[in-house]
Design a protein around this ligand. Structure first.
Ligand SMILES: NC(=O)c1ccc[n+]([C@@H]2O[C@H](COP(=O)([O-])OP(=O)(O)OC[C@H]3O[C@@H](n4cnc5c(N)ncnc54)[C@H](O)[C@@H]3O)[C@@H](O)[C@H]2O)c1
Length: 305
């Protein structure tokens, strides 16, 4: 008996990179899986319906059950069809892993409107559509059955949000949006017994195989392969399982042999005024407070391992 026996999962962006290993992990743990992917190029253009099918075949070879779905995560109807594919093929839905996405990196002063819109769309709207259709299904099921239902949402953000990654203003903003969106869903769905958590992975994939990250994430000639995507999948499997029932609204950073649970942003300084604020009173408290501060410019730095 495996922990996900009898469960049905949808994994988006599951044809390659992190989504592929997550789909394989869920199948290994016993889930039946909808492998959903548009089969895009690295910049999000193009499509290839054969991409998802290849992972379905890998899962079948492991003795698991899976079906392919080719669609755009940020298209309302494609996303609805993806959730419906789980219900029609496997009789329901228990787990939604939102993972599909792409980057189009540029400095803020050179970014085009199209590159901003495309990256916000695939990540934020892509997560929204899946969560929207899945939660509607679970809410209706809970009402019909008169109790809590099994539901796990796992979203994929990035430390690009935490570090406000230079050269990724669209991506950093999108990944921040995913944390807020998932937290909102976690709160809305708590009374139905549904959890929603976010992972921030680090892994060597098509998305990270060039530039500075490509060099840092490169496969070592020997020893432990810290940035192999396979190291991210067990946390996703755990968050999909019944054992994670007490985790909702949490954010996890995961890579190599490390899992960190993030705390919410907190207050670094609090000021109160006897009277309503005016320029002088704001200046009176903030200028001394900021005297020794420097602009935040630490960007995305991988700490020493
Ligand atoms: N690799 C990392 O270190 C890293 C770090 C932080 C976050 N992430 C996030 O992890 C997720 C997976 O990225 P990856 O590194 O595996 O990249 P990847 O390029 O290997 O895989 C992304 C997958 O998403 C699919 N996809 C893209 N646009 C789509 C759309 N509109 N509809 C459906 N599918 C679409 C692609 O076809 C591809 O299979 C992304 O959300 C990414 O932002 C990755």
């Amino acid at each position: 008996m495996s922990v996900l026996d009898g469960k049905v999962a949808v994994v988006t962006g599951a044809a390659r990179g992190l989504g592929r290993v997550e789909a394989l992990e869920l199948a290994r743990l016993g889930a039946r899986v909808v492998v959903s992917d548009l089969g895009t190029k690295g910049d999000g253009t193009g499509s290839d319906s054969a991409a998802a099918q290849a992972v379905v075949e890998e899962i079948s070879q492991l003795g698991g059950e899976a079906v392919a779905h080719c669609g755009d995560v940020a298209d309302w109807n494609d996303s609805k069809a993806m959730i419906q594919a789980a219900i029609d093929t496997f009789g329901g839905l228990d787990i939604l892993v939102n993972n599909a996405g792409f980057c189009r990196d540029k400095m803020i002063f050179g970014m085009t409107e199209e590159d901003f819109d495309a990256v916000i769309r695939v990540h934020v709207k892509g997560h929204f559509c899946g969560i929207r259709h899945a939660t509607e299904y679970w809410r209706n099921k809970g009402k019909a059955e008169g109790g809590s239902v099994y539901g796990r949402i796992i979203s994929t953000s990035s430390e690009a949000f935490i570090f406000a990654s230079v050269g990724q203003p669209n991506y950093a903003a999108a990944k921040a949006g995913i944390v807020a969106l998932t937290g909102s869903a976690a709160q809305a769905m708590a009374k139905y017994g549904i959890t929603a958590n976010t992972v921030m992975p680090r892994a060597r994939t098509r998305m990270t195989d060039s530039g500075m990250t490509g060099a840092i994430f490169a496969k070592p000639e020997e020893g432990f392969d810290t940035f192999a995507p396979e190291h991210v999948a067990p946390l996703v499997g755990y968050l999909a399982s019944p054992a994670s029932a007490n985790s909702s609204g949490n954010v996890f950073v995961v890579w190599g042999k490390s899992i960190s649970v993030l705390s919410r942003p907190g207050h670094a300084g609090d000021f109160n005024s006897e009277e309503p604020w005016d320029y002088k009173s704001v200046d009176g408290v903030l200028t001394p407070y900021l005297k020794d501060k420097r602009p935040v410019a630490d960007s995305f730095i991988v700490p020493p391992m």
